[in-house]
Design a protein around this ligand. Structure first.
Ligand code: NAD
Length: 332
């Protein structure tokens, strides 16, 4: 099987590629060959991937580049589409790049996939497309009510995937996952930002009162779900990937403080993000019942391992953090 992975030098895509090539998705993947196409934005890092060998090729390129994508696709059986602009705060400061990559890039990729006769595509989306929910959990048929430019650009890409399925019969499924955490996440995002701040003796900035609630899932569980959907998901279907741990930002902050040996004197409450969603919650019943998926990594273990990774790997994040800080140094 030849797999094209977009955005494979980023946090989640690189975890997927490394696990796949290490045999982590079991029998049937031994002969898998991967092409990663990645624009290497500030969020992409070639070193997140194994060196090129007979099983992995790396193409430095943009999914909006129609000519490149049309040249690249023939010979690939399937596409796993992770590439995106992914940081909500950056989308608040300027949304154009989000709509270019997330909407136009997805359309370019899917149209080329139709022409190249690609057999199957998984489009990676997010729970943020649903907006915010005070109580209960979203099922896949809830309306799309995105509140940030990032979420609106991802909702656009989900609708593009649906249109290429309905109009052209493209065999595409969409996954919508909750917040991910784990090693190699850019230090602009909440968990790595807080951990790396504390490792450097700096305070952590909590938005508003810290009562916003998020569900956290380890990147390894997310990627396993993506692979299950690739192998066994149905065309035109959406799969929520949840089942993580729901916590307020303040509860999460306390756990991070404890793991880093710090206390609440390191917390600074900062002005809230405009349009900040109060709560996300996914029903993951469909993927559990249809594909037998269940997350495996308990949050306390995953978070402790993640903190240990950042503690043990300062060279990876220091260069990113001190070279290009997030806009306004605000966490996601
Ligand atoms: P990331 O920002 O770490 O990585 C994105 C990758 O895409 C980078 O390597 C970047 O260089 C590449 N890229 C950006 N624009 C590109 C373009 N035009 N052409 C080619 N490559 C391009 O993001 P991530 O956290 O790994 O997220 C991956 C996917 O998962 C995204 O689609 C995101 O919306 C989705 N998602 C993320 C989370 C999360 O918590 N991180 C949760 C749910 C869904």
């Amino acid at each position: 099987m030849r797999i094209l992975v977009t955005g494979g030098a980023g946090f989640i895509g690189s975890h997927y590629v490394r696990t796949l090539l290490a045999g982590g998705y079991g029998p049937g993947t031994e002969d898998a060959r991967v092409t990663v196409v990645d624009r290497l934005t500030y969020a992409g890092n070639r070193d997140n991937l194994p060196a090129a060998d007979g099983r992995i090729d790396f193409v430095h390129g943009d999914i909006c580049d129609r000519e490149l994508i049309e040249q690249l696709l023939p010979g690939h059986d399937v596409i796993v589409h992770f590439a995106a602009e992914s940081h909500v705060d950056r989308s608040v400061d300027g949304g154009a790049e989000f709509f270019r990559t997330n909407a136009l890039g997805t359309q370019t990729l899917l149209e080329a996939a139709v022409h190249a006769g690609v057999e199957r595509v998984v489009h990676i989306s997010t729970d943020e497309v649903y907006g915010t929910i005070d109580e209960g959990s979203w099922t896949e048929d809830f309306p799309l009510l995105p509140n940030s430019p990032y979420a609106a650009s991802k909702a656009s890409s989900d609708l593009i995937a649906r249109a290429y399925w309905r109009t052209h019969g493209l065999d595409v499924s969409v996954t919508r996952c909750s917040n991910n955490y784990g090693p190699r996440q850019h230090p602009e995002k909440l968990i790595p930002r807080f951990v790396t701040n504390l490792l450097e003796g700096e305070p952590v900035p909590v938005y508003g009162s810290g009562t916003n609630r998020r569900e956290w899932l380890h990147v390894d569980d997310h990627c396993r779900a993506v692979h299950l959907v690739l192998m066994r998901g149905r065309a035109g279907e959406i799969y929520n990937v949840g089942g993580g741990n729901e916590l307020t930002n303040l509860e999460l902050t306390r756990q991070i403080l404890q793991l880093c040996g710090a206390d609440t004197s390191m917390v600074r409450h900062v002005a809230d993000r405009p349009g900040h969603d109060l709560r996300y919650s996914l029903s993951d019943r469909k993927i559990r019942e249809e594909l037998g998926y269940a997350p495996r990594i308990p949050f306390a273990d995953g978070l402790a391992d993640t903190v240990a990774w950042y503690r043990d790997t300062p060279a990876w994040w220091k260069a990113l953090k001190h070279h290009e800080p997030a806009p306004g140094a605000r966490p996601a």
